[in-house]
Write a protein that binds this ligand. Structure first.
Ligand SMILES: CCCCCCCC(=O)SCCNC(=O)CCNC(=O)[C@H](O)C(C)(C)COP(=O)(O)OP(=O)(O)OC[C@H]1O[C@@H](n2cnc3c(N)ncnc32)[C@H](O)[C@@H]1OP(=O)(O)O
Length: 207
C-alpha cells in the first residue's frame, strides 16, 4: 500500500496487467461523458431554463454521490491506470501509444474547457499536462514514488484547442533520488511547448 496519496507504481505505462481499482467497467465511459460535459458547458451560452435545469441536475447528482463518498485510499478518480488519463478530468486526457521504461509517447486534445483565449490553450493547463505525464513516467517501471520538485515550461508557439497533438516525455538523467525528465507537445512539426522537471524519489515517511 502506498504511504502517499499518489497511486502506486506499476510496470511500464501500457502494462496490460494494471489492476482495475474500483468503479467497474463503465467508469471510463462516465469520465469521458464528464469531459464532454465540461467542454460542452464551456462552449455553451445557455438560456435561463437550461441553466436552471442544469443546476437542478448537478445538485441532484452531488447529493446522490455524497452517499458513495470514500476516503482517499478508496478513491477511484485518478487511480484507474488502466484508463487513458487515469480516469480523471482535472488534467487533459493523455492517451499513451508507445512506452518503455524511460519514455512515453502519445496524444492529447485539449477540449474547449482548457481554452485560454483566441483558440489557444490556457497557459496553466500545459504545465498541468506536463506534470501529469512526467510525474507518471517518473513513477512507472517499478520506480518508487516521487514528487515534482520543479517543473519548468517554455511556451514556444500557441497550443491550439481542439486539435490532436503529439506528446513525448523521456528520462534525461537520474542521479540518486533525482530524476530529470523532459517533455514536449507538438502540433505536427511545430513545437508548441517543452518542459524539463526534477522529480525526487520520496524518502521513508515523506508525504
Ligand atoms: C500517477 C501520478 C501522476 C501525477 C504526479 C504528479 C506529481 C506531483 O505533482 S507531486 C505534487 C507537487 N510537488 C510537491 O508537492 C512537492 C513539495 N516539495 C516537497 O515535498 C519536498 O521539497 C521534496 C520531497 C520535493 C524534496 O524534499 P527533500 O526530500 O527534503 O529533498 P532535499 O533534501 O531538499 O533535496 C534533495 C536534492 O534535490 C535538490 N532539490 C530539491 N528541490 C529542488 C528544486 N526545487 N530545484 C532544484 N533542486 C532541488 C536539492 O538541492 C538536493 O540536491 P543534492 O542531493 O544534490 O544536495
Amino acid at each position: 500500500m502506498p504511504r502517499t496519496g499518489l497511486p502506486s507504481g506499476s510496470g511500464t505505462w501500457l502494462d496490460p496487467d494494471i489492476p482495475v481499482t474500483g468503479g467497474g467497467p463503465g467508469y471510463g465511459a462516465v469520465v469521458e461523458s464528464l469531459r464532454d460535459l465540461l467542454d460542452g458547458f464551456a462552449a455553451a451560452s445557455p438560456d435561463e431554463e437550461t441553466v436552471r435545469a442544469l443546476a437542478d441536475a448537478f445538485a441532484a447528482w452531488s447529493k446522490r454521490l455524497e452517499r458513495h463518498r470514500v476516503g482517499e485510499r478508496q478513491q477511484v478518480f485518478g487511480r484507474r491506470r488502466d484508463l487513458h488519463g487515469r480516469g480523471q478530468v482535472m488534467a487533459p486526457k493523455f492517451a499513451a501509444e508507445e512506452s518503455d521504461e524511460r519514455s512515453v509517447k502519445g496524444t492529447v486534445t485539449f477540449g474547449r474547457y482548457f481554452l485560454g483565449g483566441n483558440g489557444a490553450v490556457h497557459g496553466g493547463a500545459i504545465p498541468l499536462l506536463f506534470d501529469e505525464v512526467m510525474g507518471r513516467l517518473s513513477n512507472t517501471a517499478g520506480r518508487s514514488q516521487s514528487r515534482t520538485a520543479f517543473l519548468h515550461t517554455d511556451f514556444r508557439s500557441v497550443t491550439p484547442v481542439g486539435v490532436p497533438l503529439s506528446v513525448r516525455a523521456w528520462f534525461e538523467s537520474e542521479e540518486g533520488r533525482k530524476r530529470f525528465i523532459r517533455a514536449e507537445i507538438r502540433d505536427g512539426d511545430t513545437l508548441c511547448a517543452e518542459s524539463h522537471g526534477l522529480f525526487l524519489a520520496l524518502l521513508p515517511g515523506q508525504p
